[in-house]
Design a protein around this ligand. Structure first.
Ligand code: GDP
Ligand code: CA
Length: 314
């Protein structure tokens, strides 16, 4: 079976561990990853979500921090601080910087991000195919107090404390899906939407012209996983993002935001946690099962539930 997963960073990475465990070596998995969080710092191109997925699946992620490399050191960061170099709010570790140096050099030499990602994955061997959503530049901006700022500045520097009026995916309408993205969707037997942030992780992917249309119009069943359990995100500040869109912070709110494929939305099935068993999304089959990604085996079980919900035999 060919499985395509739409994913953000840390939540997406944890979910993909489970997808890979479920698939073992019998099924092909392609992840289409958000790049709206990307930024250039000290001249280096950083792709936080791609790196979270690549390091996590490659066994190189820091388990406590959730982002960046394990066994990291911070000498470059300290030296930059001594120069008074801005910005200081985005931490880049020494090991991590090597990834960004290679990426930036390859991009400058003319390679598209999809090819750069493939090259980086030769080292990390994530066991699945990793694709950026686009090879073009797209940046998520947050409008707060009538002014736009880069998503990372809002999220990391201000800890999402400034009220968001709206999110703008700058460049998304001109951006094309990265090489391989539309083919992967067209050839998929199953499409999974990871329990990633629906607004700023899945939202930008769907904003690239052609991707949502391909998912909606394809033959593969589409099954989503709620990142909200009860009335709060499992981790992080997705509630602050949903508030800007006037979406209720619940499995039902997010499910209804994605909507039924039969009604011009995305979903055929919606996995919600057992505590959210009352969830109703018109036109969508809702299945309530524990959705805590506590370990790989438990996350693989969530994937098995989605496969069954889609009516596919494993
Ligand atoms: P980011 O790009 O690093 O912010 O990560 P993602 O967007 O991929 O994932 C963040 C989302 O994952 C958050 O909204 C969390 O609520 C959700 N999440 C994290 N852990 C779990 C979990 O164990 N279960 C579920 N259902 N959602 C989770
Ligand atoms: Ca992210």
């Amino acid at each position: 079976m060919r499985i395509v997963v739409l994913a953000g960073g840390i939540g997406g990475a944890r979910f993909l561990l489970g997808v890979r465990a479920w698939a073992e070596n019998h099924h092909q998995v392609t992840a289409i990853v958000n790049t709206g969080d990307d930024l250039v710092i000290h001249g280096l191109r950083i792709c936080p979500d791609l790196d979270s997925v690549m390091y996590t699946l490659g066994g190189g992620a820091d388990p406590e921090r959730g982002w960046g490399r394990r066994d990291e050191s911070w000498v470059v960061k300290e030296e930059l601080a001594r120069y008074g170099a801005e910005p200081t709010w985005f931490g880049l570790g020494d090991r991590d910087i090597a990834t960004h140096l290679i990426r930036t050099r390859m991009l400058a030499a003319g390679y598209p991000l999809s090819a750069v990602t493939e090259a980086l994955c030769q080292r990390w061997k994530p066991g699945i195919r990793l694709l950026p959503m686009t090879d073009d530049r797209v940046e998520t901006h947050v409008v707060t107090g009538g002014q736009a700022m880069h998503f990372q500045e809002w999220w990391v520097r201000h800890r999402a404390s400034l009220p968001a009026e709206r999110f703008v995916f700058v460049g998304a309408d001109q951006a094309k899906p990265a090489a391989g993205v539309l083919d992967a969707i067209a050839e998929a037997d199953l499409i999974l939407i990871a329990p990633s942030n629906p607004v700023v992780s899945i939202g930008p992917i769907l904003a690239i012209s052609g991707i949502a249309e391909a998912v909606r119009g394809g033959n593969a069943p589409v099954i989503g996983f709620s990142p909200i359990i009860g009335d709060a995100p499992v981790r992080g500040m997705a509630d602050r993002c949903l508030a800007a869109l006037d979406v209720k912070v619940s499995a039902e709110g997010v499910g209804q935001m994605y909507g039924a494929r039969s009604a011009g939305g995305l979903l055929d099935g919606w996995l919600v946690d057992s505590v959210d068993a009352e969830t109703e999304v018109p036109g969508v089959t809702v299945l309530a099962r524990p959705l805590w990604m506590t370990d790989e085996a438990e996350t693989a079980r969530m994937v098995a539930d989605a496969v069954a919900l889609a009516g596919l035999a494993s």
